[in-house]
Design a protein around this ligand. Structure first.
Ligand code: MRU
Length: 345
C-alpha cells in the first residue's frame, strides 16, 4: 500500500520479516503517525496481536506465520509458540489456519521462514484476485458502504473489501465510499479513511448509526465488507455492527457482499452458531481518546464481532471468484472454481 511519510510516498506492507525480526505497521498510531513495531520473539508477536498493533483476520494470520517462523529460526519449541499464538484472539479464522499450516510445514521439515514468506505473498495475490473479481460490481457512480477496516492493513497488502475498490479505481472508475466510523475502536474512521485517502478514492466517514438512513434513502448501491470467519453455510462473523447493516441492506434491496480469502473459511464449522465471539474490555466503550464518556458507575458490554446469517449475503468474493453462500458448503478451501452469477445495481 502507498504510505506517505513526511510528505514522501512509499510502498509498505502491513507485516514483513527482516533480519529475524517480525515488523509491523503499528496500527494503534494511525492515522496520525506511521510507526513500525518490532517483534523480537513470538511472545512480542502474541502481544502485538492481543493489543491490536496488527488486526484484521488475514493480517493476523500472516503475522502468526512469521511468529512461528521466528520461533523456528531461534530454535524454540514450536508447539509452545503455536499454543501461545492460538490464545491471542479467538474469532478470526486466519490465525488458526496459518498456525496449522506452519505446524504441518514444520512436520514436513520445510524451512519455516520460506514458508511464512510464501504465506504472506499468497495472501497478497489472493487479495489482488479478490479485487479483480469484486471490481466487476463497481460501476461509475456506484455508492458503496463499508464497515470497519478490511483494507490493506487488515491483510498483508491490498485488502479484502477494499481490494475491489482499489482495482476499480486503477481502472479509472469513479465511485464513492461511505465509511462507517466503527465504534468502539474506530477502525473505519482511523484506518479505512486513511487508506482511501492515500489511494485517492472519494469517500466520507459516517457515524455507525447513519448507515441505515443512507440505505433507506437510496443513497447506497452496494455494501462491501470483509470477514473474520465464514462457516461453510456462508454465515459470516465480521466486526460488530455488520449484521445490522446486512438486515437493513436486504430490507432496502441493496446487495450485500463479503470479501475474504478462502483462508477465512472454517471448513469445520457447519454454521455461524459456534463461531467464538471475542468480548473485549468494557473500557473500550467507556473511554474515547483517553477520556471517560459515561457515568463512572455504568457497566458496558463489548462484543467485538457479530454473525451475519447467510440469507442476508448476496455473494462472497474470494480469490476463486464470487460465490453464493450455498456454494461454500461443498468445499471451503477447495471452493469451486466456477464463478457464481454476480449481481450489481
Ligand atoms: O477487531 P479487528 O479490527 O481485528 O476486526 C477486523 C474486522 O472485523 C474487519 O472488518 C474485517 O472485515 C475482517 S479482516 C479483513
Amino acid at each position: 500500500m502507498r504510505v506517505t511519510i513526511d510528505g514522501v510516498p512509499r510502498e509498505m506492507r502491513t507485516v514483513w520479516f527482516d533480519d529475524g525480526i517480525v515488523k509491523l505497521i503499528d496500527q494503534r498510531y494511525l492515522p496520525f503517525e506511521v510507526r513500525v513495531y518490532e517483534a523480537k520473539t513470538y511472545e512480542d508477536v502474541a502481544v502485538a496481536i492481543e493489543d491490536m498493533v496488527v488486526r484484521g483476520s488475514p493480517a493476523i494470520g500472516a503475522t502468526a506465520a512469521y511468529g512461528m517462523a521466528q520461533a523456528a529460526h531461534q530454535g524454540l519449541d514450536l508447539k509452545a509458540a503455536a499454543d501461545r499464538l492460538r490464545k491471542t484472539r479467538p474469532t478470526g479464522h486466519d490465525l488458526f489456519f496459518a498456525i496449522d499450516s506452519m505446524m504441518k510445514a514444520a512436520s514436513g521439515g520445510d524451512d519455516l521462514v520460506e514458508v511464512a514468506e510464501r504465506y504472506a505473498q499468497d495472501n497478497i495475490e489472493q487479495c489482488r484476485r479478490i479485487g479483480e473479481h469484486g471490481a466487476k460490481l463497481i460501476r461509475n457512480g456506484t455508492r458503496i458502504l463499508t464497515h470497519c477496516n478490511a483494507g490493506a492493513l487488515a491483510a498483508v497488502d491490498y485488502g479484502t473489501a477494499t481490494a475491489p475498490m482499489r482495482v476499480a479505481h486503477e481502472n479509472g472508475r469513479r465511485f464513492f465510499v461511505y465509511v462507517d466510523e466503527t465504534r468502539p475502536r474506530l477502525q473505519g474512521a482511523r484506518l479505512t479513511a486513511w487508506e482511501l485517502l492515500e489511494a485517492g478514492i472519494e469517500h466520507a466517514i459516517i457515524t455507525d448509526g447513519a448507515a441505515g438512513h443512507f440505505l433507506g434513502h437510496g443513497e447506497i448501491d452496494l455494501v462491501l465488507v470483509g470477514a473474520d470467519r465464514i462457516a461453510v453455510n456462508g454465515d459470516t462473523a465480521n466486526k460488530i455492527g455488520t449484521y445490522a447493516k446486512a438486515v437493513v441492506a436486504k430490507e432496502n434491496g441493496v446487495p450485500f457482499y463479503v470479501a475474504a480469502p478462502t483462508s477465512t473459511i472454517d471448513v469445520d464449522l457447519a454454521s455461524g452458531a459456534k463461531i467464538p465471539i471475542e468480548e473485549r474490555s468494557p473500557q473500550e466503550v467507556l473511554h474515547l481518546d483517553g477520556q471517560v464518556i459515561a457515568p463512572k458507575e455504568s457497566p458496558a458490554r463489548n462484543p467485538a464481532f457479530d454473525v451475519t446469517p447467510a440469507k442476508y449475503i448476496t455473494g462472497i468474493i474470494t480469490e476463486r471468484g464470487i460465490l453464493k453462500p450455498s456454494q461454500l458448503r461443498s468445499s471451503g478451501k477447495a471452493a469451486p472454481k466456477k464463478k457464481a452469477r454476480t449481481k450489481s445495481r
